[in-house]
Write a protein that binds this ligand. Structure first.
Ligand code: UD1
Length: 448
């Protein structure tokens, strides 16, 4: 294996363009947009392509920064990644000459850790940066590491890197998770496709993106199946083959635009949206008084008779699928600012996912934090334009939603967070009649 020293002392935060969104709110959004491919499915499939030396081809891949980061990380280790046309990626991992996933990749994106399972299973070793390293705050990956150990790997942790080894093959096993983890499930599943014997993963995450990954793995020749809602079973194979797959639609992006219609009192058609994967949000929208009509591959959201300030309050609680997705909690919180009454927002999955509401409060929202994971949204609030700063991807989209519902022109800094996970977000909002533009400010470093 190539020399894999932890080059932490050489690490320089990547330079990223400093951009802001300028949003002039107060317009009810109307029109039709096409939902893009799911970020949280595409990233795992690009990683899964390293399970074979043959070419894999993906369509409907969203054109977002996280996909570019994964593609670059793969190229850096010797995988051939082609991008022949928009939304299409081809990955050939015939030669992988550098079994090392550096801090540069981990610092940009936690999903870089998805390379642990496939590289370890196929090549028997990998050195991979901890995405929860000192420089980027507490983000645990213990469940992933324990799953690999259950599959027979030895893993040491030194200087911010995991040194994982599995000479010969990984050994199939019962992988039991103490809590449900999406990427933990996926990493274990990818590793088990090439392990020796029969693996059972329980409780397995039930997110639709996990099932989309299963369907891609089956096309690769993997023997993997969800046998119960919370159980995935895998019979390991010696080799997998190349395959083609169309990435499923992004239910979080679709949900964000559905809420945009709700919060501005508009009417938006989401082409390509799959209502079946969005039931928890559809229920919340219905209770709030937003009308949602579902057809195959299409969703229409109509809030013209409800509108800002006239929605009904709803108590929400996030949870693993099929419960309300934590990623849609921040946009939903913005929606609830326009309800006539108090709503409780209980964030069950992440400890720090209500902090961004401090920025929302600058726009006039009345949010009372009852603890790190419980907020009371006192509605209705008349939102007004403000100068705010984005702290992460979903908070960013949510501040845009708030600005769309606010009077005046808001200036929202940190647009790069949003570009990580939403394809062409400002183009799509413009198509719905929004007044939004993205402007450059020079350069700065990041350690996200
Ligand atoms: C994925 C999604 C993210 C979503 C999250 C929850 C991707 C790329 N990201 O993240 O958008 O918000 O699911 O739906 O698919 N945990 C541990 N130890 C671990 C791993 C997780 O304690 O090793 C904890 C987390 O801190 C969290 C909980 O488990 O409290 C669930 O997180 P998890 O489902 O693993 O999230 P991700 O897979 O990282």
């Amino acid at each position: 294996m190539a020399d894999a020293r932890p080059f932490h002392w050489e690490f320089e935060p990547p330079k990223i363009p400093r951009e802001r969104y300028l949003v002039n709110g107060g317009v009810a959004l109307e029109g039709t947009i096409q939902v893009s491919g799911a970020k949280n499915a595409a990233l795992k499939m690009l990683a899964a392509a390293t399970l074979t030396g043959e070419r894999c081809r993906f369509s409907n891949v969203p054109e977002i920064e996280d996909v570019r980061t994964m593609a670059e990380t793969l190229s850096d280790i010797g995988v051939v990644v082609d991008h022949p046309e928009r939304n299409v990626y081809e990955v050939s991992a015939g030669d992988v000459d550098w079994l090392f996933v550096p801090l540069e990749a981990a610092a940009k994106m936690r999903a870089s850790f998805m390379l642990l399972g496939p590289l370890l299973a196929r090549f028997g070793e990998v050195v991979i940066s901890n995405p929860g390293g000192d420089r980027i705050g507490r983000r645990p990956v213990d469940l992933h590491v324990d799953a690999m150990r259950a599959l027979g790997a030895t893993i040491d942790y030194r200087y911010g890197y995991y040194y994982a080894k599995a000479p010969g093959r990984l050994r199939a096993s019962e992988v039991r998770f103490p809590i449900v983890s999406v990427m933990g499930t996926e990493n274990a599943m990818l590793a088990a496709t090439l392990a020796d014997g029969h693996t059972v993963i329980r409780p397995a995450a039930q997110e639709p993106e996990v099932d989309d990954l299963i369907s891609f793995l089956q096309k690769m020749g993997a023997d993997v199946e969800r046998t119960y809602p919370d159980t995935i079973e895998i019979e390991g194979k010696r080799r997998l083959r190349g395959a083609e797959h169309k990435v499923m639609p992004d239910r979080i992006e679709a949900g964000t635009f559905a809420i945009a219609a709700g919060v501005t009192g508009g009417n938006v058609v989401l082409e390509g949206a799959d209502c079946a994967t969005m039931d928890a949000l559809v229920q919340v929208l219905g209770k709030a008084g937003v009308s949602v009509s579902c057809q195959p591959d299409r969703m229409e959201v109509d809030a013209r008779s409800a509108g800002p300030g006239k929605l009904k309050p709803v108590d929400i609680e996030t949870g693993p699928y099929p419960e309300l997705a934590t990623d849609i909690q921040p946009p939903t919180t913005v929606l609830l600012t326009q309800a006539a009454g108090d709503s409780r927002v209980h964030e069950e999955i992440f400890e720090d996912r209500l902090e961004w509401t401090g920025e929302l409060a600058k726009m006039g929202a009345k949010i009372e934090l009852k603890g790190p994971q419980l907020a009371i949204v006192h509605g209705p609030a008349k939102l007004r334009a403000a100068d705010v700063e984005i702290s992460d991807l979903r908070a960013g989209a949510s501040l845009i939603l708030a600005a769309l519902a606010a009077d005046g022109t808001s200036s929202i800094g940190g647009a790069h967070h949003v570009r990580r996970g939403y394809e062409n977000i400002e183009r799509k909002f413009l198509d719905l009649g929004a007044r939004i533009e993205r402007v450059q400010e020079g350069e700065l470093g990041t350690s996200e």
